[in-house]
Design a protein around this ligand. Sequence first.
Ligand code: G3P
Length: 221
Amino acid sequence: MKIFLDSANIESIKKYNDMGILDGVTTNPTLLSKEKGDPRDVMNEIVRTIRGPVSLEVIGTDYEVMMDEAHKLKKYGQNVVVKVPMIPAGLRAVRSLKEDGIPTNVTLVFSSNQAILAAKAGAAYISPFIGRLDDNGQDGINIIREIGQIFSNYKFETEILVASIRHPLHVIEAGKCGADIVTLPPDILHKMLMHPLTDVGLSNFISDWKKVRDMNPDLVF
Ligand code: G3P
């Protein structure tokens, strides 16, 4: 399972990248709007920090505008993946961008039918938003299971990038479904890292070793 950070916050990106647990980053206009400074500088720094794929999203909804923005976004770096919305003009852009050698991530996917069409158009990744489906009274994980089965039946190469993840159990469920990638907000990644028994266990190791050191002050490894 690959782990992406769903954030445009450079401190968080650097922190988790330094741990060696990040395979990529996804951004969107909302995430960029939360950061200070020129968004172009933010995007540049993310692309330079991360070796793996970095999704940068188009803003336009017309084919020509999306194509123009996609080519401009790709200039930020070789590892840029252009995020395109799941709309008819978006799929046309996905098709053309594939011909231009630019990988795409189709975002705002809320059904298995949309996932099939995005894969057929040539998306490198599709992003089903499972948390927003849960919010809407639908089982988000269920579409990950369905899409996984369909893509596997037909050997589609498009990767399933599970987005809108709200808690660590979503990650486990996505993994059980065999999803290729989960993209996680920093707070979910933090929750995955932490466990109270780890803290208690470490505190005990430190205090027990202190007793040994008190009896053998010159002890070094
Ligand atoms: O990558 C898309 C994701 O950020 C959406 O998450 O929590 O806004 O539904 P959320």
